[in-house]
Design a protein around this ligand. Structure first.
Ligand code: ZN
Length: 148
């Protein structure tokens, strides 16, 4: 049974939470053996932390893990190079991406480093980012330092 959409819905819930807080709406969840290890979202605005992208916040919230090879990370938006680097560094086995139309991200880099990547092209993830980018182009530009 493919539960990717179910877990992506949880990541999108996190993204909406950040949006409602006036933050960048990217959410992530980490899952191992069908169990959610952690959920997080971008905290740039909320915590004044430029490194706290959704994926980084989620990895941090999961706390210490000895191994990540059986972990799947769900993220509403294709990972930037910082987050892709953390994914490769920790050897996260699989990444499921909500959408990559608003930000191409680094799926190729992840695959080159042995990470399995699945793209859902989820309409909910896409429309939330569309709305945010239209409403706060300044904040979006800041989050990726103009490297979109
Ligand atoms: Zn990132």
């Amino acid at each position: 049974m493919n539960r990717d959409h179910e877990f992506m819905a949880l990541a999108l819930e996190q993204a909406r939470k950040s949006y409602d807080e006036g933050g960048v709406p990217v959410g992530a969840v980490m899952v191992e053996n069908g169990k959610v290890l952690a959920a997080g979202h971008n905290q740039r605005v909320q915590q004044g932390d430029p490194i706290a992208h959704g994926e980084m916040d989620c990895i941090r919230k999961a706390g210490r893990c000895a191994r990540y090879d059986t972990v799947t990370l769900y993220t509403t938006l294709s990972p930037c190079m910082m987050c892709a680097g953390a994914i490769v560094q920790f050897g996260i086995g699989r990444v499921v991406v909500g959408e990559d139309r608003n930000f191409k991200g680094n799926a190729g880099f992840l695959r080159e480093h042995g990470v399995e990547v699945s793209l859902l092209d989820d309409e909910g993830c896409r429309s939330l980012m569309d709305a945010f980018i239209a409403e706060r182009p300044d904040l979006w530009d800041e989050d990726i330092a103009g490297n979109g």
